[in-house]
Design a protein around this ligand. Structure first.
Ligand SMILES: Cc1ncc(COP(=O)(O)O)c(C=O)c1O
Length: 376
């Protein structure tokens, strides 16, 4: 189910770094994994699972081309997603990726004291800032595996944003922890963009119970290789969903994105996603074991990526050896000693682990590592 990321052995070439964007300022927050890429680098920085959508899905999208002259109708997608999650249609809003939902909720949701649980995906904080709302940050600690103690969220926080499983830590917060974050007068937003990459993920979702004061975000772009199509949705309290819908530009979700929502909500594709999630989890375990074998302590988690502290400068060495991993210092709460590694197929992970061994200071592999012949 997992595709090989390595087509040919990566070349040993020094490539220009993208402009450094550090710290928790707005510039650093705008850094994303795709900025780590350059021609010839093996991509372990971006978390999109497939290099292209599955053939059946691509066919389904393009077969709909006859309908592209018409303005999009979100109705069938809304109905399909509502059926999938067992909620009324008024509880669902298709969006142009989860990213659009961040921007809509930052403008539409009430809350005088927004709070973002970090480290997490930075777009929610950026969207709040763009809407003129500077959120508080609750920074979780590496020492306890970035787990969330709900008691650390101040009672006054009336708009709380958390990710599960969290990008970049990979931590899947227990459902009970998320439930404990709910409070009268508070809106809780849970970014579940990566939950479909977790085997049996729905059991960990806040969906499935009552949705009062809750908004859950989902994405189709990672599991289905559709980042360029922009497909996601919000599910939750119909009052909150209506507030987002009122801010959404007309026809902002394209017809192919809506087609993808209908297509992937059917039982067959849901089973396909689940099988993919199981394969990913197994590949993740092997990558984690390999990292532990190198003396590292990857953060315990469940996600299609792994966060691990490798030491300052190691990411740059990996880059010289042809490997792009996601830098971490642009996430509030992390430093340049950490990297986020996408889970790929086993042969890619094995090749990566060998390269990483050669980059770690004092590791036996370092001595025997081939000296890269650098070309500029
Ligand atoms: C945690 C998280 N949430 C949401 C998104 C945005 O997803 P989409 O492509 O659906 O806009 C991303 C993209 O990287 C992400 O990492």
């Amino acid at each position: 189910v997992l595709e090989a990321a390595v087509v040919a052995a990566p070349a040993l070439v020094r490539r220009p770094e993208p402009a450094p964007q550090r710290g928790g300022g707005a510039a650093g927050l705008a850094h994303h994994g795709d900025r780590e890429l350059a021609p010839g680098l093996v991509d372990l920085a971006v978390n999109v699972r497939h290099r292209r959508p599955p053939a059946w899905l691509a066919r389904r999208l393009t077969e709909g081309a006859d309908g592209w002259a018409a303005y999009p109708d979100a109705g069938p997608a809304r109905a399909a997603l509502a059926r999938r999650h067992g909620v009324p249609q008024a509880a669902v809003l298709p969006t142009a990726g989860a990213a659009e939902a961040f921007s809509l909720l930052a403008q539409a949701l009430p809350g005088r004291r927004p709070l973002v649980v970090h480290p997490q995906f930075t777009e929610p904080e950026l969207a709040l800032r763009a809407a003129g709302r500077l959120p508080e940050r609750l920074i979780l600690n590496a020492e306890n595996g970035f787990r969330l103690d709900p008691h650390r969220v101040p009672a006054e926080a009336d708009l709380v944003l958390v990710g599960s499983p969290t990008n970049p830590t990979g931590v899947l917060h227990p459902r009970a922890t998320l439930e404990a974050l709910r409070a009268p007068g508070r809106v809780l937003v849970v970014d579940e963009a990566f939950l479909d990459a977790v085997p049996g993920g729905e059991a960990h979702s806040l969906l499935g119970g009552d949705l009062d004061g809750v908004l859950v975000l989902r994405s189709l772009t990672k599991t289905w290789g559709l980042a360029g199509i922009r497909a996601g949705y919000a599910v939750g309290d119909p009052t909150l969903v209506a507030a987002l819908a009122a801010r959404q530009p007309p026809w902002s979700v394209s017809t192919p994105a809506l087609t993808a929502m209908v297509a992937t909500s059917a039982p067959g594709p849901l089973a396909e996603a689940e099988a993919g999630a199981r394969a990913l989890a197994a590949a993740r375990t092997r990558l984690v074991d390999g990292l532990v074998g190198l003396g590292l302590r990857p953060v315990p988690g469940a996600a299609p990526f792994v966060l691990v502290e490798v030491g300052t400068g190691v990411r740059e060495l990996l880059r010289e050896r042809g490997w792009a991993v996601r830098r971490a210092e642009t996430f509030p709460g992390l430093t340049d000693a950490w990297v986020r590694i996408a889970v790929r197929d086993d042969s890619t992970s094995e090749a990566f682990l060998a390269a990483l061994a050669s980059c770690l200071p004092g590791h036996p592999g370092a001595a025997s590592a081939p000296v890269p012949s650098l070309s500029i």
